[in-house]
Design a protein around this ligand. Structure first.
Ligand SMILES: Cc1cc2nc3c(=O)[nH]c(=O)nc-3n(C[C@H](O)[C@H](O)[C@H](O)COP(=O)(O)OP(=O)(O)OC[C@H]3O[C@@H](n4cnc5c(N)ncnc54)[C@H](O)[C@@H]3O)c2cc1C
Length: 195
């Protein structure tokens, strides 16, 4: 059983998965590859000079794969429901359970509404600064929580916020994911700066 189930594999979902798995939570991502990143070219992602959106996505997918995220590419989620102490995610291939769910379905808010997450007056999913919704342990990230202010870096930040909040809950204290140059040298040696 996973610790975290992520629905959606754009910048929001993959960022949530990266932070969760890197810090010890078993994470599964379901994605139907409809991300807007395939239409985008990034000039405004800090630290990235100029990058085709699909190329950016390839790098991000490799990054989460390298940390061991289980990425179920092409598997559509048809339902998310509360069950016991967590959630059941249903796809055409079966049912999956976890104590936490991160919704990252872009501008599509159907699964969040069906789960019972409250919406704002503007009709977007209501989430606090940690991206937790009105349903405890269910998070909403990225385009689904904003009316129009859709940017890749904001979605990625939302995903990181959700994962750090889950990690804080699991560890029972506020959590951050800090690495230092010595960690990179240990991992990559002379190739410490890497994509
Ligand atoms: C033409 C265009 C140009 C853009 N240019 C820029 C730019 O220059 N800079 C910038 O910052 N942003 C740009 N954007 C916006 C950027 O692409 C979005 O802000 C970003 O992709 C949103 O990320 P997200 O993770 O919230 O959602 P998305 O990237 O939309 O990802 C959502 C993912 O969830 C999947 N999904 C949805 N429902 C399900 C389900 N039921 N089961 C499984 N998977 C599901 C989708 O298939 C998709 O892959 C552009 C967008 C467009 C359309």
């Amino acid at each position: 059983m996973a610790d975290v189930l992520v629905v959606g594999g754009g910048p929001a979902g993959l960022s949530a998965a990266l932070f969760a798995e890197k810090n010890g939570l078993e994470t599964t991502v379901f994605d139907t590859d409809g991300t807007w990143m395939h239409k985008a070219h990034l000039f405004n992602y800090p630290g990235v000079g100029s990058r085709d959106g699909s190329v950016f996505l390839d790098t991000l997918r490799n990054q989460v794969d390298n940390f061991g995220v289980e990425r179920k590419q092409g598997e559509e989620v048809t339902d998310v429901a509360e069950s016991g102490d967590g959630f059941t995610v249903t796809t055409e291939a079966g049912e999956y359970e976890a104590p936490y769910v991160v919704l990252a379905t872009g501008a599509n808010r159907d699964l969040a509404e069906d789960l019972g997450c409250e919406l704002t007056d503007e009709g977007v999913v209501d989430a606090d600064v940690t991206m937790e919704t009105s349903v405890e342990d269910a998070y909403a990230t990225g385009a689904m929580v904003r009316a129009e202010e859709w940017q890749a870096v904001i979605s990625a930040g939302d995903g990181a916020s959700a994962a750090l909040n889950i990690l804080s809950k699991e560890k029972g204290e506020h959590y951050h994911d800090f690495d230092v140059p010595a960690d990179a040298e240990e991992a990559f040696g002379a190739m410490a700066d890497s994509e």
